[in-house]
Design a protein around this ligand. Sequence first.
Ligand SMILES: [Zn+2]
Ligand SMILES: [Zn+2]
Length: 275
Amino acid sequence: MAIDVVLLGTGNPLPDSNRAGAATLVRAGGRTMLVDAGRAVCMRLAAAGVIPLMLDDVLLTHLHSDHICDLNDVITTHWVMGPMPKSLRVFGPPRTQDVVAGLRAMLQPDIEYRIAHHADLTWEPQLDVREIAPGLVFDESGVRVIAARTDHRPVEPTVGYRVECDGKAVVLAGDTVPCDGLDELCRGADIYVQTVLRVDLVGAAPVQRFRDTIDYHSTVAQAAQTAKRGGVRTLVLTHQIPTPFAGTADEWVALARAHFDGEIVFGEDLVSVAV
Ligand SMILES: [Zn+2]
Ligand SMILES: [Zn+2]
């Protein structure tokens, strides 16, 4: 197995008791990576057998609250559980520095309390924040991570990631409509994880603020068409909008099946796929 993917949170911004917020665990070549850090990410990491201290890299697709709202918990637990200083790398689009600096400022009293209380804890959280541009993010220990610009306007810039290891490739697209950058990432990928929206349901909602979400997310059909264009092997539907009712997974899969012949995985929290 070259790359292991666990959907930690498949929820959308509306709180749901069965779905944590947007977050995906990716393990490859001995690296443990977290893509986005939404609501309850540390609880789901624990369920997947991962403590935050084990994380090497956090890759943020964009700075919408539902994708970053528990990053502070990741930072705190990664730091306070460590027997020695360990750097946490946080990659993200421009303005990630500002957002992490704001979280760091919010945590200042807590950091002071814990350092004052634990004689052996003498260091502050070691954060290595890197704002990225499209292209190679890093190539280390047999793992290559590539970013491409996606289209989630007016949220911009946004990025999707492609993780490669041992000749396999997994794409973590984040929130985006179909675009050239996404097609580039998906070309020949084994697994493509896409946040999706059902336009038949959202379009019929009586609330304009909810219908507003249609224009900057991939519909299920569009995700399937992107998967087909890229010749990907497995399409994973996550961050479903609206939150699916129990027993409707088949409907979502059927909407994708009309456009894509490969394997289709309906995402629920802690579902895993590997290649
Ligand atoms: Zn978003
Ligand atoms: Zn989102």
